[in-house]
Design a binder for this molecule. Structure first.
Ligand SMILES: *[C@@H]1O[C@H](CO)[C@@H](O)[C@H](O)[C@H]1NC(C)=O
Ligand SMILES: *[C@@H]1O[C@H](CO)[C@@H](O)[C@H](O)[C@H]1NC(C)=O
Ligand SMILES: *[C@@H]1O[C@H](CO)[C@@H](O)[C@H](O)[C@H]1NC(C)=O
Ligand SMILES: *[C@@H]1O[C@H](CO)[C@@H](O)[C@H](O)[C@H]1NC(C)=O
Length: 470
């Protein structure tokens, strides 16, 4: 989702007021995290206009110049809020989620609504589709417009994207960023598009027991490695030009955190489906070590390509969402591949603490920032730069809290086969019950079992009653 840096021009430079953090959190206390998350979610939704008369449901204000957000950000918004509901049992946003996600499925139920098709990237479509998968996993019923269920929408996206793969030459098998030759990004093989397809295909393969999807996921990883988007040290680069040959030597070597995150999620799904296959284990472990080293210096998420002190804070609103995506992916990874949890969870905790500390901005003195390491950044001229108050920063911090709260949800391959609609809550119950020996209620480390079960029941049940509004 890397866009040209021009949105920086519109960046408002704000000085960070020196006030006490308005939101406090004890990351070892489940109730404390839930309270903090509720405030961050409330502020997040204060930036969402889609429920107001005359506004478009599902999207955050945009795209530029009408607002900061491209269409794809809506997909991440709903992923974040569904996770929030899953993690906390708070059903406050269910109506907005169902309506917003449902509004954007488009006439062919493939997240290609006419309004947005022209400028659409494969990455954006896949991110919306992943929200549909999340919705299905969480028992969210579809609105009447999505009779065949959320999974069917994700499946439709997965059926389309492979048809867009480059089918000849050294770039064979890769997905371009944009869909149409007339779009600027058509000539670019963007890692996010390929990695998002990989994660989605691997997740859907698990959910629907579809071997074709598992094979497509695996081949998509292989292509990324072949053309040099992933190197043998598990660096994950931004992309490469498709115009001529795909040569690992000419890849765009910028590294953004959302990409290894998506790869980790997909690899963890594959590891589980292959019963701990060596190759996938090496990939999970290699990607994880590299990711923690690169993007969590001192245990706090850091977008190294655009917030390096000294070189100027250049993250745009898309990039400000990556840390949240990374937290989300790491949370999924440790749930799918439990051997990674001892490495991941402590880092998610220190990072979440730092993230919440930034929530001191805005009129209510609790709006969050995307600069978690220092709380402030620097422009290349040496002036102080802050991330923009807004949905991106709120989604990031909310994802960080969700990732810690969901630590003990255990994901196992579906045993009942894929369900067409949102009916996979059963899986959740069964899995929780088999692990309900957890003790101390105050530590999220132990909340999993029983808390996850009760929130499944509560959240799942209320999702259904919420549906009657539509
Ligand atoms: C498409 O645009 C129209 C006009 O602005 C709007 O009413 C409608 O809700 C939009 N649909 C989607 C899916 O964004
Ligand atoms: C919560 O998420 C887990 C893991 O994705 C899933 O197994 C479970 O069904 C979800 N439950 C709810 C209520 O969303
Ligand atoms: C499995 O996935 C493939 C590829 O998307 C699709 O063509 C096929 O219909 C799927 N099978 C089922 C049973 O959904
Ligand atoms: C691949 O096919 C396209 C479309 O037919 C063509 O323009 C392009 O030159 C071909 N590339 C290679 C490397 O053969």
């Amino acid at each position: 989702m890397v866009r040209p840096l021009n949105s920086i021009l519109g960046r408002v430079l704000l000085s960070v007021p020196a006030v006490l953090a308005a939101i406090e959190v004890d990351v070892n206390n489940e109730d404390s995290i839930k309270k903090a998350a509720a405030l961050v979610a409330e502020d997040l939704m204060s930036f969402y206009e889609g429920d107001k008369p005359g506004e478009v449901p599902g999207i955050l204000p945009g795209p530029p110049p009408n607002g900061d957000y491209y269409w794809g950000s809506g997909g991440f918004l709903w992923n974040t809020l569904i996770d929030y509901g899953n993690a906390t049992g708070d059903i406050k946003y269910v109506d907005s989620i169902v309506k917003g996600l449902g509004w954007q499925v488009g006439q062919n139920h493939d997240f290609m609504p006419t309004n947005w098709t022209v400028g659409m990237g494969n990455d954006e479509q896949a991110i919306w589709a992943s929200a549909a998968l999340t919705a299905a996993n969480s028992g969210l019923p579809g609105p009447p417009s999505v009779e065949s269920g959320w999974l069917s929408v994700a499946q439709n996206v997965l059926a389309e994207q492979p048809l867009r793969r480059i089918n000849n030459g050294t770039c064979e098998g890769a997905l371009r960023w944009q869909l149409f030759p007339s779009s600027n990004g058509y000539g670019y093989i963007q890692t996010t598009s390929n990695a998002a397809f990989f994660a989605l295909a691997a997740g859907m393969a698990q959910e629907t027991k579809n071997d074709t999807l598992a094979k497509q996921a695996a081949s998509s990883y292989d292509v990324m490695a072949k053309i040099g988007l992933i190197d043998d040290k598990f660096n994950v680069f931004d992309g490469t030009q498709a115009a001529n040959e795909c040569n690992p030597k000419t890849v765009n070597r910028l590294q953004f955190s959302s990409n290894p995150g998506l790869l980790l999620t997909g690899a963890a799904y594959m590891l589980q489906q292959t019963n701990n296959d060596e190759t996938w284990k090496k990939r999970v472990d290699g990607l994880l070590d590299h990711t923690l080293e690169t993007f969590f210096p001192d245990g706090v998420a850091f977008e190294v390509a655009c917030e390096m002190p000294g070189s100027g804070y250049t993250c745009n609103v898309d990039m400000e969402q990556y840390k949240g995506m990374l937290h989300r992916s790491l949370g999924q990874t440790m749930r799918l591949a439990p051997h990674t949890k001892d490495k991941i969870l402590p880092v998610l905790r220190t990072s979440a603490v730092a993230a919440v500390k930034t929530c001191t901005g805005g009129k209510n003195q609790r709006l969050c920032s995307s600069l978690w390491v220092t709380g402030k950044g620097q422009t290349s001229e040496g002036n102080e730069a802050a991330s923009k108050d807004g949905a991106a920063a709120q989604m990031g911090v909310l994802s960080a809290l969700n990732s810690v709260l969901m630590a003990n949800v255990i994901v196992k391959p579906a045993t009942t086969g894929g369900s067409g609609s949102g009916g996979s809550a059963d899986g959740g119950k069964g899995q929780g019950a088999s692990d309900s020996s957890g003790g101390n209620k105050d530590t999220p480390g132990n909340m999993g079992a029983s808390a996850a079960v009760s929130s499944t029941v509560l959240f799942g049940g209320l999702f259904f009653s919420a549906m009657t509004f539509f």
